[in-house]
Design a protein around this ligand. Structure first.
Ligand SMILES: C[S@@+](CC[C@H](N)C(=O)[O-])C[C@H]1O[C@@H](n2cnc3c(N)ncnc32)[C@H](O)[C@@H]1O
Length: 277
């Protein structure tokens, strides 16, 4: 699906600010729909509170924000890591006080939002960032806040974009979010028809979602053993480790003391676990 490809340089490069800025400078924005994504537009039309605090991370040319403003929303924040893009957006929206345009890394952003809109941001991140994405989304939402938008339900030969599927998303977001909806989008643009899921995930606010650095695991067998041991802790609801075994996401009824986790993995001196704040 070449129209979805965003690489103009080798994809082995880190997907950082420079990488993304180069895509905008080279006009290599194959992901850009040129319009608000129809399933998101349909959802926006159902939001009654025009003062809802809304965030669009990895916003790109952000037709979604334009649509929100057109519909009278008053509290829209967009954030993107690419300076060239953000400069253009700042210029474009300079006169509009209902939108805040932020240049920065989503994972360093602080705030509290009623709704976060996902549109080809998740798939642009290296898959090892997925646990971090869940953790950050949970952190940025208000108690009853929602993450809504689209996730690919297909794989790609090279990424970005990086694909995924329903089962993977269900495992990744479980317990941290309540699945109000996660099903095949009905009115996708033709190029993405039957390949994307519409999600409406509500923050499961009483649950604690914590992320930890993990050192010492080198294979999925050991990962399963450690995850299994953590899952046995009273009150732990879900445990998921990222693809390079460097981060672990734990969802629990109450926060588990770091010392408890450290003690559990102390049977192997290579294993180190530290909380990410
Ligand atoms: C595939 S593009 C999608 C853009 C837009 N959402 C759209 O659908 O047209 C991914 C966007 O995420 C931005 N991005 C990547 N990593 C980011 C990060 N850590 N924080 C904020 N933005 C990021 C890129 O600069 C790029 O604009």
């Amino acid at each position: 699906m070449s129209e979805e490809k965003c690489c103009v340089v080798t994809c082995d490069l880190p997907l950082d600010k420079t990488y993304w800025d180069n895509q905008y400078q080279a006009n290599a924005t194959g992901w850009d729909l040129g319009e608000v994504s129809p399933p998101i537009k349909t959802y926006i039309d159902t939001i009654e509170n025009k003062d809802a605090k809304i965030l669009i991370p990895g916003c790109g040319n952000t037709y979604e924000a334009e649509y929100l403003l057109q519909k009278g929303f008053t509290n829209v924040t967009v954030i993107d890591i690419a300076p060239t893009l953000v400069e253009n957006l700042k210029h474009k929206f300079v006169e509009n006080t209902n939108i805040r345009v932020v240049l920065g890394d989503f994972f360093e952003h602080a705030g509290n939002y009623d709704c976060i809109i996902e549109q080809t941001f998740f798939c642009a991140l290296p898959p090892r960032m997925r646990q971090r994405y869940v953790w950050k989304m949970h952190q940025l939402l208000t108690d009853h806040g929602k993450l809504i938008g689209l996730l690919f339900n297909r794989e790609f030969e090279v990424g970005p974009p990086f694909g995924g599927n329903l089962k993977e998303y269900e495992q990744l977001f479980q317990k941290a979010f309540v699945f109000n909806s996660i099903s095949l989008a009905k009115n996708s643009v033709p190029a993405r028809e039957n390949t994307e899921l519409f999600i409406e995930l509500q923050k499961n606010h009483p649950n604690q979602v914590n992320l930890y650095h993990f050192e010492g695991i080198t294979c999925s067998g050991c990962m399963n053993t450690v995850s299994g041991k953590f899952l046995e802790i009273d009150g732990v609801l879900s445990v998921s480790m990222n693809t390079d075994f460097s981060e672990i996401l734990i969802v629990s009824k109450t926060e588990v003391a770091l010392k408890t986790l450290q003690k559990i993995v102390s049977y192997d001196e290579k294993y180190k676990i530290l909380k990410i704040n």
